[in-house]
Design a protein around this ligand. Structure first.
Ligand code: GLV
Ligand code: MN
Ligand code: MN
Length: 417
């Protein structure tokens, strides 16, 4: 048996599954999902659990100025760029137990297996939990990986506030104060390769009865925040002609946007998932509305054209109100390099696991690592393709097989200098 077989044989389906269930208890919702917001008290507890699991393996924990958490499994050459694997442990407010968590726990599982098999790769391996992938408490999302890549400016991200007015800066300080034994390091460093394991969050693998998705790339995404400012007034006395009703204007705007973004082939994805109305009182004409736009398309030119049309469409429908349209992120479609995809596919073939190539319709931190180092992703199925939903569900065996393919892939990438 080869050393690699020894590592893969050490992967434990039971340990991996039970850790998913334990992690899901932190921020558990009554409906069986998870609400673990970025940089929250719950995330601090979850991070402590990760560090606790990693310490018997001798992993060295680090975090940076945005709170990205790294757990380092030292290789033979401490000075060589490490290979990274991981994902995120923050969730949507009504999130599931596997989105993000699987990539981090699979990363931990594979280094646990390497430790068990006494396999010390040439390069160090680091398991990473990126800060604020979801962008639900603090927008934009993928803050940790975007900063790691150098795409954003730290000071402007630290100023972002949640709906309660709490800043990223105060929240990162609270996280880091709770982790006195986690060493500091600066944001961004050279990386040899990054591989992220994730649930597919779509129906294709399940429909095709495949266990592993070799991810070919990620579709482009643009995110906007729109603020419509009207004027508060009395619901009984103010004449229609004098009203500046921010909700009526927003409804008009949303309807025009939905018509403009409609695509009979269903390739354009246009979502308004957040809408806040103020003062949100039954007898007051709404004075302001704040809503999100999430726009995705696999073709970057189409994404650009559609996204560029949004401010003008909003302007045309602003009625008596004033308007602010702010673009929070604009990421084109990308294709992962074959050097990583080929390794993932070869490992799946060697382990005799049914696999297929497929693109990612969801966004991931791998999007940003793609610009740092050779990057790839491994998908496993989730029931009915349902995700960003408390009912999100996966089979323990699929997670296990995903971790086996990840182990083979990372071991191979880390054993080269
Ligand atoms: C990631 O969570 C996404 O929204 O694609
Ligand atoms: Mn995710
Ligand atoms: Mn998600």
């Amino acid at each position: 048996m080869s050393l690699l077989d020894n590592v893969i044989n050490e992967i434990s389906q039971e340990r991996l599954w039970s850790r998913h269930l334990q992690l899901a208890e932190i921020g558990a919702t009554p409906a069986g999902g998870v609400n673990r917001q970025a940089l929250s008290r719950e995330e601090i507890t979850a991070r402590q659990l990760l560090v606790q699991w990693s310490s018997p393996l001798g992993l060295i924990p680090y975090s940076d100025a945005i709170g990205n958490l790294f757990l380092r499994y030292p290789g033979k050459h401490a000075e060589a760029e490490p290979v990274l694997t991981g994902s995120h442990i923050d969730t949507q407010p009504t999130g599931g137990r596997f989105d993000g968590s699987f990539g981090v726990l699979a990363g931990l599982e594979i280094v646990e297996a390497m430790h068990g098999a006494q396999f010390k790769p040439e390069r160090s391996i680091e398991v990473v939990a990126w800060t604020n992938e979801e962008g639900s408490r603090f927008a934009p999302g993928m803050m940790g990986s975007a900063l790691f890549r150098g795409q954003r400016d730290l000071e402007s991200m630290l100023k972002v506030e949640d709906l309660a007015g709490i800043s990223v800066r105060e929240s990162v300080e609270a996280v880091r104060a709770a982790e006195p034994n986690v060493a500091s390091r600066s944001i961004g460093f050279p990386v040899a390769a990054y591989v992220e394991a994730h649930i597919e969050q779509g129906p294709i693998l399940e429909m095709q009865q495949k266990i592993i998705g070799v991810v070919s790339g990620i579709q482009g995404k643009r995110v906007f925040r729109v603020t419509v400012q009207g004027e508060e007034n009395h619901a009984g006395t103010s004449p229609r002609a004098l009203r500046k009703d921010a909700l009526v204007t927003s409804v008009d705007m949303l309807s025009a946007l939905h018509i403009a973004m409609h695509d009979a082939e269903d390739i354009v994805k246009f979502t308004v998932g957040f809408l806040e109305i103020s003062p949100n009182a039954p007898s007051v004409v709404p004075s302001s509305v704040h809503f999100s736009i999430d726009l995705r398309h696999p073709d970057s030119a189409t994404l650009n054209a559609l996204g560029d049309a949004i401010p003008g469409l909003c302007e045309q429908h602003r009625g008596p109100c004033t308007l602010q349209v702010k673009e929070l992120s604009n990421d084109p479609s990308l294709e992962f390099p074959s050097v990583v995809r080929d390794v993932i596919r070869d490992v799946a073939v060697e382990l005799d696991i049914d696999h297929m190539d497929l693109p990612s319709a969801a966004g991931h931190d791998a999007r940003h690592l793609h610009y740092v180092c050779p990057t790839g992703m491994i998908f496993v199925p989730c029931a009915g393709g349902i995700s960003h939903n408390e009912a999100e569900s996966c089979k323990a065996e699929d997670l296990f097989n995903g971790a086996r393919v990840l182990a083979g892939t990372i071991a191979r990438l880390a054993d080269r200098v």
